[in-house]
Every structure is written in C-alpha cells, then in structure tokens.
Ligand binder design. Structure first.
Ligand code: CTP
Length: 400
C-alpha cells in the first residue's frame, strides 16, 4: 500500500541504475512521494536531473551541501520515510552499512532511518558469491533489513550468473508488501488464472480471450497480505508475481489435476481462470491436413473443476468468478448455489472497462447468505484487494 507514503529511494553506482528510474516511475504512479538520494558513483550512470524530473522532488547527492541541507536535511529525510529502498545496492554500500560506516549522504541517511529498509543488491556474480560479501548481507538480514535475492542471467560485465537487479515490477511488489497489513498471514490460498488451451493437433488449439490479469492481481495481493499463495495458471504473458508459487498448466484437465493436488492443503480457493468448457474429442497426432471443403470438430465436455471442489470442500472458503454477457445476477446466483460457493465475483464482460484483457473491472460480489456488494469501475489490483477483504472475513469466520 504505497499510496500517500513517503519513500526514500537510495541509488548507488552500478549499470542497473537505469532500472531504478523505472522503479521510481512505478512508485510515483502508485501515489507515493519519492525522495531520491544518489551516491557519487550512481551519478556517473544516470544524471540526478532524470530522477528529479520523474520524482518531482530535488535529488539529494551531498552530505555537506548547505543548500540541500537547508531544504531538507539528511536526518529529516531519514525521519520522514515510511520506507527506504536501496536499489541498486552495491557490494560497497552493503559493506558500509553492515559495518556501521556512514561516510556519505546515502549511507548516513540509511543509518539514521527507523523506517523499514528494502535492500536490492546488484553486482557481478563473483562479487555476489564472495564470502565476505555474503557475511555482510547476512548481517543486514539479521539486523532486520529485508534483502531481495538478485536475479540470475547475463550480467553487464558479460558474465552469466546471479547478481542482476530484479525487474522493477518485482522490487515494487516487494516494497508494497512491506507496507501492507498481513491480515492473511497463515492462510494458504490457491488461485487459478488465465485461459486453458485445448489442443486440436500439435499446432492448433481452442482457447478464449482471458489474459490472466485478474487472477494474477489476486495472487499478488494475497501474497502481499501475508498468505502463502499457489497460482495454477493457464498460458499467459504475465510475470510471476512476487512471493507466489506458480504451477503452469495448459489444458482444463491439467488444471484440474494441479488444483486437486493442492486442494486439501488450502484454506481458500479463488477460481479466476476461464476454463474451456469443451475440448476436441480427438487430438490429431499429426497436423490435420486440409482436404475436405468443410470440417466439423467434435467436442466433449471438460470437467467442471469448481463444481468438483464444491462437493469435496471441508472448511475451505470457495470463491468463483462468473463472466457473463447477459442476465448477470441470475446466472451468477445460479453458479454460486450450484457449485457450493461462499462467494462469486460476477462481471458483465460486455460492459465498458470490464472483463478480459483490460486493466480495469466492474464487478459485484454475491455471497451464499444472499448479500450483494456492488463495486465501482476500478483497477484489477483494487478489485483484488476488495475481494481479499471479504475473503479474510470469511476465512476468519470459518476458523472460529
Ligand atoms: N469453472 C471451472 N471449470 C470449468 C468451468 C468453469 O472450474 N470447466 C469455474 C471458473 O473458474 C469460474 C466458474 O467456474 O470460477 C464459473 O465459470 P464460467 O465459465 O462463468 O461458468 P460455467 O460454469 O462454465 O458456465 P457457462 O459457461 O455456461 O456460463
């Protein structure tokens, strides 16, 4: 929950500084006020003007600068932070903090803050593996700093290994999670998302327009609220959300198998996936050749995963989605009852700004006790959190 929060973004010198620019953009877009502190070396990679323009605030670079200290001194900078993010954090910066050294504005401000600190290391993989560096990183973690694991891949120096700065979206999600109340802590949430693909032959399949955005938003928000989250996902182009375990599947049958495997161990199941109701009755071993002028594809029914969960459920909270194009409430109520759900998210996918492959949604929540909550048009991330507010209540009620 970064809206209206004050974030200090500390940037130290490394090629990944350019990614901190994107992180800053995400933070301000989420409604945070961001003050950037740059080390001397960071300014060799990107100028302070870039960060200043995007943050709308003066960039802080020097400890002994009378003008900057008068505007907002380093102690008050550290004081006003709700969150401190160090990205990228070099081995040098981490080494200094771990050993209590404060010799420039950035290290001094981090030492002086009482706010939670997210440290995002980025460096050459050999430096990362160096036991001295590892000791320093461990010290930070033990002192309560949250340290993110670097990504693995091709590094700027040409090496292939661990040490890359994670993608800005992931750093943003980790930061957001640090300021989010953990009302789902201890709750095991199973989410399904995306479309399923029903193969016709090795190169063709039947599917639908689902992008997976709604289910991924629910999984990400649940993880930020402290739940342990498994996301069974049909094929999408979306990034794995921070802190979420993804089980990739393609067909409805594969989704069913993956869901049933996790079901007994879940407290909450949220089925946002757009499961194909039918699949081709026969799958061609080889590419189907173009021969006759007409062709008929025979379909057979897929298992209804949610209905099956409804019959098996013990104490689980079961949440379904109903994507409709007409008679929304009638169809959604019918599904809620027929599938044995605690709650259903009903949306008219033909409404402006709602449904598949857009970033917003217009939904109503229907409950087993007949209660209905109608939401305004909002971003899918916001819908996800409103949904989880309800889920948290249902889960707590079942625990008592
Ligand atoms: N669902 C499921 N397995 C299926 C079909 C749907 O688990 N084979 C789940 C979806 O994930 C969703 C809910 O059931 O949470 C409703 O899906 P929807 O496609 O709206 O409804 P259907 O039951 O398939 O009915 P219809 O297609 O006739 O509207």
């Amino acid at each position: 929950m970064l809206e209206n929060k004050t974030v200090i973004l500390g940037v130290s010198g490394g090629i990944a500084v350019y990614k901190a620019v994107e992180l800053l953009r995400l933070l301000t877009k989420a409604g945070a006020t961001v003050h950037v502190v740059m080390s001397k070396n960071a300014q060799e990679f990107v100028t302070p003007l870039t960060f200043q323009t995007l943050s709308g605030n003066p960039v802080h670079t020097e400890l002994f600068n009378l003008y900057q200290e008068q505007e907002i001194g380093h102690i008050s900078l550290a004081d006003r932070a709700d969150l401190f993010i160090l990205a990228p954090a070099t081995a040098n910066l981490i080494g200094k903090i771990a050993n209590g050294l404060a010799d420039d504005l950035l290290s001094t401000s981090v030492m002086a803050t009482k706010a939670p600190v997210l440290v995002v290391p980025a460096m050459n993989s050999n430096m990362y593996e160096n036991p001295l560096y590892q000791q320093n990183e461990k010290k930070l973690a033990e002192a309560g700093y949250q340290v993110m694991e670097p990504a693995t891949g091709e590094l700027a120096c040409g090496w292939l290994g661990k040490g890359k700065l994670p993608e800005p979206e992931l750093i943003f999600a980790a930061a957001d999670a640090m300021l989010t109340a953990k009302d789902l802590s201890g709750c095991r949430v199973l989410v399904t998302a995306g479309p399923t693909r029903e193969e016709l032959d090795p190169i063709r399949y039947l599917t639908n327009y689902s992008s997976g955005k709604m289910g991924y938003a629910v999984a990400a928000a649940a993880a930020a609220r402290g739940a342990s989250v498994t996301l069974v996902s049909g094929p999408t182009s979306l990034q794995t959300p921070y802190g979420v375990e993804v089980v990739p599947v393609r067909s409805a049958e594969q989704m069913r198998a993956a869901v049933l495997e996790c079901f007994a161990e879940s407290d909450v199941v949220i089925k946002a996936a757009a499961v194909a109701d039918y699949r081709p009755a026969r799958r061609g071993e080889n590419k189907i050749k173009k021969t006759a002028d007409e062709m008929t594809i025979e379909l057979e029914k897929n298992p209804d995963i949610l209905s099956e969960l409804g019959t098996r459920k013990q104490e689980q909270v079961l949440v379904g989605f109903a994507a409709e194009t007409e008679s929304l409430l009638v169809h959604a109520t019918e599904k809620l009852q027929k599938k044995g759900l605690d709650m259903i998210v009903a949306n008219d996918v033909t409404a402006e700004g709602a449904g598949f492959d857009v970033d917003t949604n217009l939904v109503r929540f229907l409950f087993a006790d007949g209660k209905v909550e109608e939401l305004d048009l909002m971003r899918k991330e916001q819908v996800a959190n409103r949904l989880l507010d309800q889920v948290a209540e249902l889960w707590q009620a079942k625990r008592q």
